[in-house]
Design a protein around this ligand. Structure first.
Ligand SMILES: Nc1ncnc2c1ncn2[C@@H]1O[C@H](COP(=O)(O)OP(=O)(O)O)[C@@H](O)[C@H]1O
Ligand SMILES: [Mg+2]
Length: 480
C-alpha cells in the first residue's frame, strides 16, 4: 500500500481528466491562433500590393500627362494641378515634383516647395535608377518614385514622388486581429467547458471501477464485480476478479487447513480421553490393564507428536526460499543414511531396501529439507508394501540434473487417488489408512521441499504392481 501511495499523489493536475482537457484546449486554441495570423498576414500583403498597383497606374498616367503638358516649364497648368490634388486626396498621400536642379517645384502638402531635395530616392531616380517602390512598414507608408523623361532626348529631367499612407490597412488588420483574438478566446472557453464535461464522461468508468473495488475491499460486495463501460475497464475488472478469485481460494484453503489441523490434533486427544476415562470409571482393575491402556496412551501421544512435528516441518517449508540453507552435499551419502535408518523397520516385515548410486553426486542443496523429502518417499515405500516386499532407491545424473527414483513392489495407488496424494492431510483409502499410521502430510512436505529446489516430482503407479516416485533436481541451486 505504502509503495503505491508514494508513487502517485492524486492531484487534479495529475488526473486523466485534466490531461484530456489540456489536449482538447490545445487542439482548439492552436488552429484558431494560426488561422488568425495567416489570414491577417495575407490580408495585409494583398492590400498593400493592390494599393501599390493602383497608385503606380495613376502615377504613370500622371507622368505621361506631366511630360506631354511640359509641366516643369509650365507649373501653372490648371489641369495637372487639379489631377495632383485629386490623387493626393484619394490616396491620402503627398505628391512632390522635383526638377532637374533638385528643387522641389510642387508639393501637395506645400511644406517643401522651393527647397532642394537630395534624398537618396531622388538621386537614384535622377541618375537613371528607374521607377521604384518602397514600403515602410514601421511608419506605415508606401513611397514611389517616377523619373520624368524628356520627350525628345529621354533624359531624366525631373522626379515625381508619391507617398501614400497605409494606416487604414493597418487599422483594418488591427480590427481583424481583435476579432481573431475574440474568436480564439471564445473557442478556447467553449472547448474548456465542453472538455471538462467530456473528460469527466471519459474518466467516469474509472471512478466506477474504483468504487466497485472499494466496495469489495470494505466488504459491501461479495461477488465478482462488473463495469462493462469500455473494453479497458472490462480488462481491469477481469484482472481484479481473477486476483479476487485467487485470494478467495487462498483464504478457503487456509480455512480448510486450520480445520484439518484441529481435527487431526483432536483425534489422538479423543482416543487418550476415552482410554483414560475407561480406566477411571472402573475400580480394582488388574495392573495389566493399566499397563496396556498406558501403552495405548503413549502410542497416541507419539502420534500427536508426529503430527505436530510434521506440521512444523511444513510451516518451515512454506517460509519459501529465504530460509534455505544451501550447501554442497553428497546426495548418495544422504540417501545411504536414510536407507540405513529405515532398514531395521523394514526388516521387521522382511522388506529389502537396495540403494544403487553408481557415482558420487555432489550438489548445492538444503540438506535438512531434501533429506526430509527423500526419507518421506522411502518411508512410504516401506509402509505401503507387502511383507517380504522390496524397495529400490536409485540415484543417477546427467549434466544438468540429478534424479532419484524410489520404487516399490507394493499394492500401488488407485488411479482416482493419485491426483490427491500430494494434498495436505490426504491419506489413501480408509481401510488401510486406519491400519497404517500416518498424518497425510509426508508427500505434501516432500513436494514442497523439492519445489524449493526448483525440482519436479512425478509418480507412476499401477494397482497391484507397485509405485515409482521420480524426483529431478537441477544442480544450479546455489542462488535462491
Ligand atoms: N509408495 C506408496 N505406495 C502406495 N501408496 C502410497 C505410497 N506413497 C504414498 N501413498 C499414498 O499416499 C497417501 C499420502 O501419503 P503421505 O502424504 O506420505 O501421507 P501418510 O504416509 O502419512 O499417509 C498415503 O496415505 C497413501 O495412501
Ligand atoms: Mg508418508
Amino acid at each position: 500500500m505504502n509503495e503505491i501511495d508514494k508513487q502517485v499523489k492524486p492531484t487534479f493536475l495529475r488526473s486523466l481528466r485534466f490531461r484530456i482537457m489540456l489536449i482538447l484546449v490545445i487542439m482548439g486554441f492552436m488552429p484558431c491562433l494560426l488561422a488568425t495570423n495567416v489570414v491577417i498576414g495575407r490580408y495585409r500583403s494583398r492590400a498593400i500590393q493592390l494599393r501599390t498597383m493602383n497608385v503606380r497606374n495613376q502615377g504613370d498616367i500622371l507622368c505621361n500627362l506631366l511630360m506631354s503638358e511640359d509641366y516643369l516649364d509650365n507649373l501653372d497648368s490648371a489641369v495637372i494641378n487639379g489631377e495632383l490634388t485629386l490623387i493626393s486626396n484619394i490616396y491620402n498621400g503627398r505628391v512632390m515634383i522635383v526638377d532637374g536642379d533638385y528643387r522641389v517645384v510642387r508639393d501637395t502638402y506645400d511644406l517643401d516647395t522651393g527647397r532642394t531635395s537630395v534624398s537618396k530616392e531622388v538621386i537614384s531616380a535622377m541618375s537613371g535608377g528607374g521607377a521604384e517602390t518602397q514600403y515602410d512598414a514601421i511608419n506605415d507608408y508606401i513611397l514611389m518614385t517616377f523619373p520624368l523623361h524628356d520627350e525628345d532626348t529621354s533624359d531624366v529631367n525631373g522626379v515625381m514622388l508619391i507617398s501614400v499612407s497605409t494606416t487604414e490597412i493597418e487599422q483594418m488588420a488591427g480590427i481583424l486581429e481583435n476579432w481573431g483574438m475574440f474568436v480564439t478566446g471564445m473557442v478556447t472557453l467553449i472547448v474548456l467547458v465542453a472538455g471538462y464535461f467530456l473528460a469527466g464522461l471519459l474518466v467516469r468508468p474509472f471512478l466506477t471501477v474504483t468504487r466497485a473495488i472499494e466496495d469489495v475491499t470494505d466488504g459491501y460486495a461479495d461477488d465478482a464485480i462488473s463495469v462493462p463501460d469500455y473494453s479497458e475497464t472490462v480488462q481491469i475488472i477481469d484482472a481484479f476478479n481473477r486476483m479476487l478469485g485467487r485470494i478467495r481460494t487462498m483464504d478457503q484453503s487456509r480455512q480448510e487447513f486450520v480445520s484439518n489441523v484441529s481435527h487431526e490434533l483432536k483425534t489422538p486427544l479423543a482416543s487418550m480421553k476415552v482410554l483414560a476415562d475407561s480406566l477411571n470409571s472402573q475400580d480394582d482393575l488388574p495392573i495389566e490393564y493399566y499397563k496396556e491402556f498406558m501403552q495405548d496412551i503413549t502410542g497416541e501421544i507419539d502420534r500427536e507428536n508426529k503430527i505436530i512435528s510434521d506440521l512444523l516441518s511444513m510451516v518451515r517449508m512454506d517460509r519459501k526460499a529465504d530460509s534455505m540453507k544451501i550447501e554442497e552435499c553428497d546426495i548418495g551419502g544422504m540417501l545411504e543414511t536414510i536407507v540405513k535408518r529405515l532398514k531395521p523397520i523394514a526388516a521387521e516385515r522382511r522388506i529389502s531396501i537396495s540403494l544403487s548410486a553408481p557415482q558420487t553426486v555432489r550438489a548445492n542443496v538444503d540438506d535438512g529439507k531434501l533429506s526430509l523429502a527423500f526419507s518421506n518417499l522411502i518411508e512410504n515405500a516401506v509402509k505401503y508394501n507387502h511383507d517380504d516386499g522390496w524397495v529400490r532407491v536409485t540415484l543417477s545424473t546427467d549434466r544438468k540434473y540429478f534424479y532419484v527414483y524410489v520404487e516399490d513392489g507394493g499394492p500401488g495407488i488407485p488411479a482416482d487417488q493419485i491426483e490427491h496424494i500430494f494434498e495436505r492431510f490426504y491419506r489413501g483409502d480408509k481401510s488401510h489408512s486406519t491400519a497404517i499410521e500416518g498424518t497425510g502430510l509426508g508427500l505434501a512436505i516432500a513436494r514442497q521441499a523439492i519445489l524449493l529446489h526448483h525440482g519436479v516430482i512425478k509418480v507412476n503407479s499401477r494397482e497391484g504392481q507397485g509405485t515409482t516416485f521420480q524426483v529431478r533436481i537441477p544442480f544450479i541451486n546455489a542462488e535462491n
